[in-house]
Design a protein around this ligand. Structure first.
Ligand code: ADP
Ligand code: MG
Length: 541
């Protein structure tokens, strides 16, 4: 029993100012949230250039300038009041929504918790407008010279909500969140120029481009973009395009996992789970990068389940899961059957030793497959597929030492015009693949070295340049594509006799791979037969 008696208080309506601040708290939690809302407004206003400037992690200054349509004086005044929007007239409009905004809350929320300035103009020939708001109260509306577009400044965020202001983390942490926010929009809207300045320093400057890959190259390190596989898929309800990490290129920490639904960056558990599901056990404890652009009829997507719209709900989430997971699996070259057949044994490789402590023998069958006993049964390895995986990973490993072996007799190749054109474009990338070349004369090329441990002779090199020309004609050759091709042409073929040490080395190198279960084209490298299966087949149960 408490000694103090509860005091009954009368029910009262909250003051307008209090309501405003409480509501603002739902939409704006931290500086990055302000930046998100302002960028979305700029994009909704068809801006093609957006500049974001922040100071002290956005705590003391957030300024977003755009060259969008701008606002008239009347619109500007209305825009800072709650539930004022130009994007929705009734609830049914949500079914056809093509803008980020629709709740008409963001500007009012930001203006309620900061010292807020808005400058805007719709037409070069008329004077623009300047609006000053403090804690939600409009202090000044005036004429001001301003180019077509809008500039919004929010100073001393949460100055009137001290609890929330003190809840902010370090400037560097808040800045990191802001940078990630800008990057999120920049990934999808490569057609828009973005500039970001933090404490007077330019941290991002991105020119508009028609090519999504150019934007990705501007935003991410080479190691990230080179490990990505591009893909697309569609069905009557959904269209998907994007990039996912090649399994062996996935690292412990991902750099980006971006999901966009109708252009809106969102979090979606079914989508994320579907991607991981597609990789299956080859990932181990790595986390892949992925960027997925999904589009669907807005009527199938509920965007109104979260105040900051960071979550959406698709009409049929199971369908969404299956669609994504199948599309990613295809992009990685995995077929469903391959997957389930290999799951159980992938990471339990343990070779048995004989009584003398010697490694058990390997048996080569039809000079194509290698048979070996493992702890729980036996395995059959496809020597070509296995070696392809080994070479591919050795060629794409980070900070690799490129090792090459000299050819006793350098090979001279007479390339066709198409082959020579692709050769010239890729000749700088070839040494990183262990292939050293020189132009001999005209279109004759001398190959002096091939990747160490590979089986590349004149015939394989001819095939290599022939396929390079046909698969890469007229487009940029990525390091992954190049590595796949070198691995394919340089690896042991079916029909090639192998010695015991060669077979042993192949096993060991395969199991040192990140994704040992599949060749780079997604075919299985190894099949396991368990003792139980043998028992069953022989009726020993
Ligand atoms: P919403 O985006 O949900 O409509 P906001 O509070 O973010 O709500 O913005 C209110 C209105 O102000 C918008 O509907 C739009 O008409 C106008 N507006 C806001 N920012 C800009 C901008 N950068 N350029 C032009 N108009 C803007
Ligand atoms: Mg908005």
């Amino acid at each position: 029993m408490s000694s103090t008696r509860a005091v009954r208080r009368p029910v009262q309506l909250l003051s307008e100012d209090t309501v405003r601040r409480i509501a603002a708290g739902e939409v704006i939690v931290r500086p990055a949230g302000v930046v998100k809302e302002l960028i979305e407004n700029s994009l909704d206003a068809s801006a093609t250039e957006i500049r974001v400037e922040v100071k002290e992690g956005g705590r003391n200054l957030i300024k977003v300038t755009d060259n969008g349509t701008g606002m008239t004086r009347n619109d500007a005044r209305l825009a800072v009041t709650r539930h004022a929007t130009s994007k929705l007239t009734g609830i049914e409009d949500l079914n056809t929504l093509e803008t980020f905004g629709f709740r008409g809350e963001a500007l009012a929320a930001i203006a309620a918790v900061s010292r807020f300035t808005l400058e805007t103009n719709t037409d070069e020939s008329v004077p623009g407008t300047k609006l000053e708001v403090e804690g939600g109260e409009v202090k000044e509306v005036a004429e001001a010279a301003h180019p077509v577009g809008t500039c919004i400044i929010a100073r001393t965020l949460f100055y009137n909500l001290p609890a929330r202001r003190s809840f902010l983390k370090s400037d560097s942490y808040e800045l990191k969140l802001i940078t990630e926010t800008v990057r999120q929009y920049a990934v999808y809207r490569h057609d828009v120029g973005f500039e970001m300045v933090a404490d007077g320093r330019v941290v991002m400057r991105l020119a508009p481009t028609a090519e999504p890959e150019v934007r990705l190259a501007d935003l991410f390190e080479k190691q990230v973009t080179q490990g990505l596989v591009k893909f697309s898929a569609r069905n009557p309800l959904l269209t998907l395009s994007g990039w996912v990490s090649e399994p062996s290129q996935a690292r412990k920490f991902y750099e980006i996992q971006g999901i966009y639904f109708n252009g809106r960056p969102v979090r979606s558990r079914p989508v994320t789970r579907a991607v991981y599901d597609a990789y299956g056990p080859v990932l181990g404890d790595a986390n892949p990068n992925f960027i997925l652009f999904l589009s669907t009829d807005p009527a199938r997507l509920d965007v109104n389940i979260h105040p900051t719209k960071q979550e959406v709900r698709f009409a049929d989430e199971r369908f969404l899961f299956d669609f994504i997971s199948e599309a990613v699996r295809k992009a990685l070259g995995f077929s469903r059957s391959v997957h389930s057949a290999s799951d159980e044994f992938l990471f339990q490789h343990s070779l048995v030793t004989d009584a003398d402590g010697q490694m058990q023998n390997f048996w080569q069958i039809h000079n194509s497959y290698i048979l070996a006993q493992v702890a729980t049964g036996y395995v059959i390895m496809d020597q070509h597929a296995a070696h392809e995986r080994v070479m591919f990973e050795e060629l794409t490993r980070q900070r690799r030492q490129v090792s090459s072996q000299g050819l006793l007799f350098p090979v001279v190749l007479n390339l066709t015009a198409e082959q020579f054109e692709v050769y010239e474009r890729t000749s700088e990338q070839l040494p990183a693949m262990g292939i050293q070349t020189k132009v001999f004369s005209g279109r004759s090329v001398v190959v002096e070295t091939v990747p160490a441990g590979s089986y590349m002779g004149k015939q394989e090199l001819e095939e290599f340049f022939c396929e390079l020309a046909s698969t890469c004609a007229g487009k940029v050759v990525t390091e992954l594509e190049l590595a796949k091709l070198v691995a394919c042409k340089g690896s042991i073929k079916a029909g090639q006799r192998l010695t015991q040490p060669e077979m042993e080395s192949l096993f060991n190198r395969l199991f040192a791979c990140t994704a040992p279960g599949f060749c780079p084209h997604g075919r299985p490298t190894i099949i396991k037969v368990s003792l139980e299966e043998l028992c069953r087949k022989f009726g020993r149960e």
